[in-house]
Design a protein. Sequence first.
Length: 159
Amino acid sequence: MIRTDIICVGKLKERYWEDAVSEYSKRLKAYCRLNIIELKDEKTPEGASAAVEEEILNTEAGRIKQYLNDKALRLVLAVEGKQYSSEDFASLLEKKMNEGISDIQFIIGGSLGLHESIKKGAELLSFSKMTLPHQLMRVVLLEQYYRAHKIMRHEPYHK
């Protein structure tokens, strides 16, 4: 069974996000060993300079790097990433699994996004050209990952 880490900067703050994550996590147990890693986000002062923002991103990147697995397929969620249909996303995952990938790591940044060092060498994935809150992105990712597993197994759900 594929091991899947979702590495997130920031914690879920509202119960409805927690409930949605819990529901999709429960559904995904049939398809993968899911591990959600919540990392502390740095507070960004109002009107922060580019240098302060870079420092914040670097600090958060340091926390992320502690959990990175060099053997895993690393999919970084970034607005500039490649967009896929649900079927194409499932095909990408299936192709990687058939190539022998047994670990997948999805990375979701905080309010400032992700440091370039985290994006480097990873596949960039985007669900929209719009910027989405990291809490909502976690739910969307889990739903699409669940949908991809259903598609790969030709199980009903994805229409």
